[in-house]
Design a protein around this ligand. Structure first.
Ligand code: FE
Length: 226
């Protein structure tokens, strides 16, 4: 069954009464939606608990979606895709609110898809070959990724990216993301404190290691390759 938010997001429609005329249906530009989580709120527990999901998805991610819709309302960005909004506002200090909320909306959707219940394990096929060629082996990748995630001062994101023929780890500050640096994201882990504080307090390294070992979605990374 479609919930109210989803319904409003899909239709983007509103009834408008014109004086002396019957009600007409005016179709507005479609809003940016909050995508459904790819698992239920307890699907990642105990590594990431349902309580963290309630706040992180239900409050933070939903809040970014609300803010991006408010920031683009009535501008030429209304009705454009999230990626187009991000590219159009990146690096423009006057568009900081739209960029931050659009990029955070995109980053969080990418993050939820970078994990799955009973994830972790080993990548295979072309992705495994690229990881071995770029990092030596899977342990080499994990060490590089954890270094990226723990080396980020303050809030941000750790990414596995495709950069030409090679894969590399990248950390970005605040809402920043690989697409505006000409790199293709394969996986991400959110290292804002809101992502791990309820479950791990200040132990960012333990959180990132647990995500890599038990939740990371290698199938998603493989689909993003190439
Ligand atoms: Fe977050």
């Amino acid at each position: 069954m479609m919930d109210r938010r989803k319904f409003l997001g899909v239709t983007g429609a509103a009834f408008v009464a014109a004086p002396g005329a019957p009600l007409i249906l005016k179709r507005g530009a479609p809003a940016i939606d909050l995508p459904k989580l790819p698992y239920d709120r307890n699907g990642l527990a105990p590594v990431i608990t349902g309580t963290t999901i309630d706040f992180h998805y239900g409050k933070h991610h939903a809040g970014y979606v609300r803010k991006v819709n408010a920031a683009i309302k009535g501008t030429k960005l209304e009705g454009q895709s999230l990626e187009a909004i991000i590219r159009a506002t990146a690096g423009d200090p006057k568009m900081g609110k739209a960029f931050n909320s659009a990029a955070q909306t995109w980053n969080h959707t990418f993050y939820w898809n970078s994990m799955k219940p009973k994830g972790g394990g080993q990548p295979d096929g072309a992705l495994a070959r690229k990881i071995n060629a770029s990092f030596g082996d899977l342990d080499g990748f994990k060490k590089a990724f954890v270094k990226c995630a723990t080396g980020r001062f303050g809030s941000g994101w750790a990414w596995l990216v495709e950069d030409g023929d090679k894969l590399s780890c990248l950390s970005t500050a605040n809402a920043h993301l690989p697409m505006t640096q000409g790199k293709k994201a394969l996986l991400t882990v959110d290292v804002w404190e809101h992502a791990y504080y309820l479950d791990y307090q200040n132990a960012r390294k333990s959180y990132v290691e647990a995500v890599l070992d038990k939740l990371i979605n290698w199938d998603f990374a493989a689909r993003n390759l190439g």
